[in-house]
Write a protein that binds this ligand. Structure first.
Ligand code: CMC
Length: 391
């Protein structure tokens, strides 16, 4: 028989058992494999967190070294990928380019398609962790007309990402520890968030035993939307718009509350956090630190703080438990780092990659059935076919 009840947006529907990320939206708690996000952001580096999420335990130094070496060995992509990149118009949104290239990797890595054993899964996982940063850097560099190079095997995972993105031709690239720390922290804070829209997408696509890379490509598409990861770009565009419009935050607060106006305060609200988003707390402090360390005074930061203050005191936002989320301040840091606005969601994808992988791996190892929700049919009852002349 059919189902009689539905749960739009799956607000109260659990889709799986998972041992990866714990989230308590009332108390504002986020833990990866039992470790608090605050402690991980402070003490761990991104690759350690990736290992933790995927394999369940913090790595020993030897395990981490091997993991990193295996990733480095896979940090090249087929030269033909450059031709695909070349075919995109310069105006293409980086998220569309990234999801296409990630899916295209399937064609160049046939051995990563049908993976059943943990060993084959591991090979596919280190491949994508090696190749994804190359795709990210190339997506940026292509737009900026810079040469497409590979990374530097002597560098840490995050240092290498920065160099691949920002190295200018004929110039030595100097690592800035402020940028390395900031990016490390941002990537850790974005690394997993249990069954959100993109992660559920990766799990459901992967549940058909579709390849890992194609499943990830679907996750990237889901993340692109402004209600999800695309919010970080939307926040900065909103803040820029408010600044250009004279900085009148009250006007935009009123718009956000007006039910006849589709405008929403981007970077506010969350499906699960109804008290505060612990990631936003950490990022707000980091935004202040990074900008002051870099010696940047950004009026956009003041507008953001002003909006936050007004919203936290506003009945509409208080009643609906709307608080700044992870995306509210992250864009301000990315901008301070010199990352273009339309690359912000790509940076989110880079951070979320280990989470998607961990969730895909868990789903496959637990041998979960294919994801296939039911529906309540509300269409026409049985009708007789009408010939085209008589319609
Ligand atoms: N500005 C104004 N009103 C809002 C906002 C907002 N940002 N967010 C929610 N509301 C209102 C909404 O209109 C509704 O009001 P009412 O009860 O009067 O109809 C109420 O609050 C509940 O909102 P909802 O849309 O039913 O909640 P949801 O759980 O379906 O949506 C959300 C959650 C994050 C999509 C939503 O809050 C939103 O659109 N926020 C802005 C976009 C954003 O910042 N997204 C990033 C989310 S965090 C990171 C990530 O997922 O990538």
């Amino acid at each position: 028989g059919g189902v009689t009840t539905i749960d739009p947006g799956y607000k109260n529907t659990g889709s799986c058992e998972s041992a990866i990320t714990f989230l308590d939206g009332e108390k504002g708690i986020l833990r990866y494999r039992g470790y608090s996000i605050e402690e991980l952001a402070d003490k761990a580096d991104f690759l350690e967190v990736a290992y933790l999420l995927i394999f369940g335990e913090l790595p020993t130094q030897a395990q981490l070294d091997k993991f990193h070496a295996d990733i480095k060995e896979q940090s090249v992509v087929d030269e033909d990928v450059k031709k695909i990149l070349d075919a995109f118009p310069k105006s293409a949104h980086p998220m569309g380019v990234l999801s296409s290239l990630t899916s295209a990797l399937t064609a160049f890595n046939p051995s990563s398609v049908n993976v059943e054993s943990e060993e084959d899964m591991y090979k596919a996982i280190v491949k994508i962790l090696g190749k994804f940063p190359v795709l990210v850097a190339w997506t940026l560099r292509k737009k900026q007309g810079l040469p497409l190079d590979y990374g530097d095997k002597n560098l840490g995972y995050v240092e290498n990402i920065l160099k691949m993105m920002f190295k200018q031709p004929n110039e030595e690239y100097k690592q800035n520890p402020i940028l390395v720390n900031a990016l490390d922290k941002l990537l850790i804070l974005h690394a997993d968030h249990e069954q959100n829209c993109s992660t559920s997408t990766v799990r459901i696509v992967g549940s058909a035993h579709t390849s890992l890379f194609a499943s990830l490509s679907s996750g990237i598409s889901a993340l692109w939307g402004p209600l999800h990861g695309g919010a970080n770009q939307a926040v900065l565009e909103m803040l820029n718009g408010i600044q250009e419009d004279g900085g009148d935050t009250k006007k935009y607060m009123a718009k956000a509350k007006d039910k006849n106006d589709p405008f929403r305060l981007m970077g506010f609200g969350h499906r699960v956090y109804k008290n505060f988003d612990p990631r936003a707390k950490i990022i707000k402090v980091a935004a202040d630190e990074v900008l002051s360390d870099l010696g940047i005074e950004d009026p956009i930061l003041d507008i953001a703080k002003g909006l936050e203050k007004e919203a936290l005191e506003d009945k509409y936002f208080v009643d609906r438990k709307l608080y700044p989320n992870v995306d509210f301040y992250s864009g301000i840091i990315y901008r301070g780092m010199g990352i273009p606005t339309d690359m912000f969601t790509v940076m989110f994808a880079l951070g979320r990659l280990p989470g998607w992988i961990a969730q895909w791996r868990e789903m496959r190892l637990r041998k979960e059935p294919i994801g296939r929700p039911r529906q309540v049919y509300i269409g026409e009852n049985r009708r007789d076919f009408k010939d085209i002349k008589n319609r």
